[in-house]
Design a protein around this ligand. Structure first.
Ligand code: 5GP
Ligand code: ZN
Length: 139
C-alpha cells in the first residue's frame, strides 16, 4: 500500500519525477540525488514498507535479484568493476528515508571503498555470549 506523505512512495508511483533506470509492477529503480559513486541507484518497492523488518518474503527475493541485475548493468553500461548492495534499517544504521530501499552502488578501480569498518576485537568467551544472546533473539 502507498503512503501519501512518503516521498519514496510518491517517487515510486511516478508522482514526483525521477531519473528512472528500471520499472516494473512492483518496483522502480532511480538514480540517487546524492550519489556515493557514478550510477548510484535506489530500488524502491511501490508498496510502502518502512524497512526490512516490514518487507514481505515475496518482495525480498525479487529486490535482491533486481539489485544483482542493476549492479551488473552498471558494470556493463558504466564500466564499473564491482558494486555494493547496501540497505539501512533504522536511524542508528544510517536510514534517513523510512521507506525500504536497496542501494546499488557501482564501484570503480579508483581505490575508494565504502563498505569499510575498522575490525574490532573479541574473545572466544565474548563471541559465545553474544551468539547466545542473538540465538535467544531468534526465539
Ligand atoms: P538512506 O540513508 O535512508 O539509506 O538513504 C536515503 C538515500 O536517498 C540517500 O542516499 C539520499 O541521497 C537519497 N535521497 C533522498 N531523497 C531523495 C530524493 O528525493 N530523490 C532521490 N533520487 N534520492 C533521494
Ligand atoms: Zn513509502
Amino acid at each position: 500500500m502507498k503512503k501519501d506523505d512518503c516521498i519514496f512512495c510518491r517517487i515510486a508511483a511516478g508522482e514526483i519525477p525521477s531519473a528512472t533506470v528500471y520499472e516494473d509492477e512492483g518496483f522502480r529503480a532511480i538514480l540517487d540525488l546524492g550519489p556515493a559513486a557514478k550510477g548510484h541507484m535506489l530500488i524502491l518497492p511501490k508498496d510502502h514498507y518502512a524497512d526490512v523488518t516490514e518487507l514481505p518474503e515475496e518482495c525480498a527475493g525479487p529486490v535482491l535479484m533486481l539489485g544483482k541485475k542493476l549492479g551488473m548493468a552498471a558494470m556493463k553500461g558504466l564500466g564499473a568493476t564491482g558494486f555494493n548492495l547496501v540497505q539501512n534499517n533504522g536511524a542508528s544504521a544510517g536510514q534517513t528515508v523510512r521507506h525500504f530501499h536497496l542501494h546499488v552502488i557501482p564501484r570503480y578501480d579508483d581505490g575508494a571503498v565504502i563498505a569499510a569498518w575498522t575490525p574490532g576485537e573479541n574473545t572466544a568467551e565474548e563471541r559465545e555470549e553474544i551468539a547466545q544472546a542473538v540465538r535467544a533473539g531468534l526465539e
